[in-house]
Design a protein around this ligand. Structure first.
Ligand code: NAP
Length: 304
C-alpha cells in the first residue's frame, strides 16, 4: 500500500509529488496521458516566475525531470473510481486496483464544448480546441476563435502568426482576458473582433472528408444572422474538470470543493489545481495547491 497516490501529472500533480517524496511519503503518480496537463499544449508561458518566456512543453519537461530526480515514481493508468475502506483508499484503474493511505486529485480540466450544430461533426476537420496543436493546418486561411477569456486570446495570438485573418467572436462587448493579452490582440492588424455575437452553427461539406466552410453567427442584441466563409473554428468557452470518477463534494459543474488545506469533503482525499474550486487557474497556483495538498496528506498519513 502506498502512503500517497497522486492522480494527474500536470503542474499540481508533479509539484505534489516533489513535496510528498521530500516529506518521506511512499508516493505514486498515476498519469492518464504522457502530456503533462493543458499547459504542455500552451505555446508560450510568460507568467511563471523565473522564466520570462518558455514553451509550455519545455516547462513541463523541466517539472518532470525535477520530479524524477526527487524520486517520484510514475505509472500509466486511468482512474475509474476511488472507494474508502477503513483507513485505506482503493483506487480502481483501467490497469487494476491500487491501495493508498491518502489520495491527491490533480486531474485538471479539459476544454468545454459549445454544443452547436456542426461542432462534433467537424471536430478534427476544421473545429479545434488547441491552436498550438492544430494552428499550422490553417496557414494563410481564415479562422474564427470563439470566447473572450485568456485561452481564446492566447490562442488567437498564436493563430494570428499563421492564419491570414483571425475573427474573435465574443458574446459580450468586453473581454474577460487579462489586459496584457487584450492589448496584444488589439495591436494585431489581422485580428478582428466580432462582439455581442454567438456562434449558431458550423457548416461544411457533407463529404466524409469535407471540412468547415462557413460559420453562422447571431448578434445577441439585434438578432441579426450573419454567414461568414471560414476555414477553421477554434472554441474556448471555458473548461470542464476531470472529476467524474470521485465521489466528494463538488459544484454543479464538477469542480471539487476544498478548504485552504486542499482537503475535500472525504478524509484523506485532497484536490489541487484546475480541478478544484479556486479563484485563479494558473501554473503558479496549481503548483502551490500541489505543495499544500502534499503537506496536508503528510500530516494525515503521519497521524498528526
Ligand atoms: P474562461 O476564463 O472561463 O473564459 C471562457 C470564455 O468563453 C468567456 O469569455 C465566456 O464569456 C465565453 N463563454 C462561455 N460560455 C460561452 C457560451 N456558451 N457561448 C459563448 N461564449 C461563452 O475560460 P478559459 O479562457 O479557458 O480560461 C480558463 C482558466 O485558465 C482561467 O482561469 C484563465 O485565467 C486560465 N488561463 C490562463 C492563461 C494565461 O495566463 N496565459 C491562459 C489560458 C487560460 P463571458 O466572458 O461572457 O463569460
Amino acid at each position: 500500500m502506498y502512503d500517497l497516490v497522486i492522480i494527474g501529472n500536470g503542474p499540481a500533480g508533479l509539484s505534489a509529488g516533489i513535496y510528498a517524496v521530500r516529506y518521506g511519503l511512499d508516493t505514486l503518480i498515476l498519469e492518464k496521458d504522457v502530456i503533462s496537463g493543458q499547459i504542455a499544449l500552451t505555446d508560450i508561458v510568460e507568467n511563471y516566475p523565473g522564466f520570462s518566456s518558455i514553451a509550455g512543453i519545455e516547462l513541463m519537461d523541466k517539472f518532470k525531470e525535477h520530479a524524477q530526480e526527487a524520486g517520484v515514481i510514475t505509472e500509466d493508468g486511468e482512474v475509474l473510481n476511488i472507494k474508502s475502506d477503513g483507513d485505506k483508499k482503493i483506487i480502481s484503474t483501467d490497469e487494476g486496483e491500487i491501495e493508498a493511505k491518502a489520495v491527491i486529485i490533480a486531474t485538471g480540466a479539459n476544454p468545454q464544448h459549445l454544443g452547436v450544430p456542426g461542432e462534433e461533426e467537424f471536430a478534427g476537420r476544421g473545429v479545434s480546441y488547441c491552436a498550438t496543436c492544430d494552428g499550422p493546418f490553417f496557414r494563410g486561411k481564415n479562422v474564427a476563435v470563439i470566447g473572450g477569456g485568456d485561452s481564446a486570446i492566447t490562442d488567437a495570438l498564436i493563430l494570428s502568426n499563421l492564419a491570414s485573418k483571425v475573427y474573435i467572436v465574443h458574446r459580450r462587448d468586453e473581454l474577460r482576458a487579462t489586459k496584457v493579452l487584450k492589448d496584444r490582440a488589439f495591436s494585431k492588424n489581422n485580428i478582428e473582433f466580432i462582439c455581442d455575437t454567438v456562434l449558431e452553427e458550423i457548416v461544411g461539406s457533407d463529404d466524409v472528408n469535407g471540412s468547415v466552410e462557413k460559420v453562422i453567427l447571431k448578434n445577441v442584441n439585434s438578432g441579426d444572422i450573419k454567414k461568414m466563409a471560414m476555414d477553421g473554428v477554434f472554441i474556448y468557452v471555458g473548461i470542464v474538470p476531470n472529476t467524474g470518477f470521485v465521489d466528494v463534494d463538488k459544484t454543479s459543474d464538477g469542480f471539487i470543493v476544498t478548504n485552504d488545506k486542499m482537503e475535500s469533503s472525504v478524509e484523506g482525499i485532497y484536490a489541487a489545481g484546475d480541478c478544484r474550486v479556486t479563484p485563479l487557474r494558473q501554473v503558479v497556483t496549481a503548483v502551490s495547491d500541489g505543495a499544500i495538498a502534499a503537506a496536508s496528506a503528510h500530516e494525515f498519513v503521519s497521524g498528526r
